[in-house]
Design a protein around this ligand. Structure first.
Ligand SMILES: Nc1ncnc2c1ncn2[C@@H]1O[C@H](COP(=O)(O)OP(=O)(O)OP(=O)(O)O)[C@@H](O)[C@H]1O
Ligand SMILES: [Mg+2]
Length: 331
């Protein structure tokens, strides 16, 4: 049975490279560092950018690119090898499709207090799985009989949605986390549709360039359709709420950017975030979605000095999203 679970949001845009993964990870860091929330990031994209950024990825012969072994599962298995009957050592999101397996999120460097205490603010991540996601999206399973992932190719879109919805709306997840954020890939895939059905909130970034702004109406239509589908298909009882359409990678000195934002605000009306709320081009943080070892220090923009202009700008932006979820009357 589906019950109201933990708030869960996903980032929607029809176009690639608008900052979905960057904003998913920054909003997780904002909620954890500034508000001491327990956040679960979910890497629901075959590119595994979030997993690379927080956990580390390696190629395992026959299995493709996978996260490094999960330290929690490794410690459990060292004490009692039967733990591996419940958890995969490299636990990933596609474990939600395995009947006898549970998912074990990975810890990240973001944790305040005792990591074993479920009440400690932290960011954990459910790792992605390159080949697993590829097989999930494949439509010709017969060619893949020899792959350890071949069963995933037999899973239909309805089941993909249902498994993801069941995972994120499980009441036991709400005991461990205050917020779930799903990072997903291109919007025309069953994965994306599943994320929209599993989420309680959706957020739409765009880059203020004429090509992106001309797609705003289509973006609003996509959100409206998702809201209507929620009512029709009822995978979750909660309404899908739009946190806002928001400019990303903004250069406030560019007249073009300012003009594009004004046009987008006109087209999007009340769906757009308030004037002046955007995320600037973070030149010092270009490597945000890089491999975990190569991340610049400090590890989060929210660890910069409070007077740092990029941090201040980012705080205004993410506070707005945060309030949309946790204090909607303020937003
Ligand atoms: N505010 C920002 N300032 C500077 N660079 C940014 C910003 N937002 C995103 N980027 C950069 O833009 C690129 C694309 O961002 P990102 O990978 O988050 O987009 P995406 O929408 O997740 O892409 P995809 O569709 O491939 O998943 C990355 O190099 C990222 O570091
Ligand atoms: Mg991405």
């Amino acid at each position: 049975m589906i019950t109201n679970g933990v708030p869960c949001y996903t980032v929607l845009n029809n176009k690639g490279g608008v900052g979905k993964t960057t904003l998913a990870s920054l909003s997780a860091e904002y909620a954890c560092i500034n508000h001491r929330k327990r956040v679960l990031l979910l890497d629901w994209d075959g590119q595994m950018n979030l997993t690379k950024s927080y956990v580390g990825v390696e190629t395992v012969p026959g299995w493709g690119r996978l996260p490094v072994p999960n330290p929690i599962v490794a410690a459990m298995a060292a004490e009692d090898p039967s733990a591996l009957e419940i958890y995969n050592l490299r636990s990933t999101i596609t474990d939600i499709f395995e009947a006898n397996k549970c998912v074990m999120p990975y810890p990240t460097r973001f944790c305040y207090g005792d990591p074993d205490d479920v009440a400690s603010p932290r960011i954990d991540i459910v790792a992605g799985n390159y080949m697993g996601i590829k097989y999930l999206l494949e439509s010709s399973p017969t060619e893949m009989k020899n792959s350890p992932y071949h069963r995933l190719a037999e899973i239909g879109s309805d089941q993909i949605i249902q498994h993801l919805v069941d995972f994120v709306s499980d009441p036991s997840l709400a005991e461990q986390y205050d917020l779930v954020i799903i990072d997903t890939g291109p919007s025309d895939s069953p994965l994306f549709n599943a994320a929209l059905n599993a989420a309680t909130h959706v957020f739409c970034p765009y880059i203020p360039e004429s090509k992106s702004v001309s797609g705003i109406e289509a973006l609003i239509d996509a959100v409206k359709t998702a809201m209507q589908n929620r009512v029709i298909y009822k995978y979750r009882p909660e309404k899908l709420q739009l946190l806002g359409i928001a400019p990303n990678i903004v250069d406030s000195r560019s007249a073009d950017h300012i003009q594009c934002i004004a046009r987008a605000m006109e087209d999007a009306g009340s769906f757009h975030l308030d004037e002046g709320i955007w995320l600037r081009r973070l030149t010092a943080y270009r490597t945000l979605t890089d491999d975990v070892e190569r991340r610049p220090k400090p590890y989060s923009i929210f660890h910069e000095k409070p007077s740092n202009p990029a941090r201040r700008d980012a705080e205004v932006f993410f506070e707005c999203l945060y309030n949309g979820i946790f204090s909607p009357e303020v937003a």
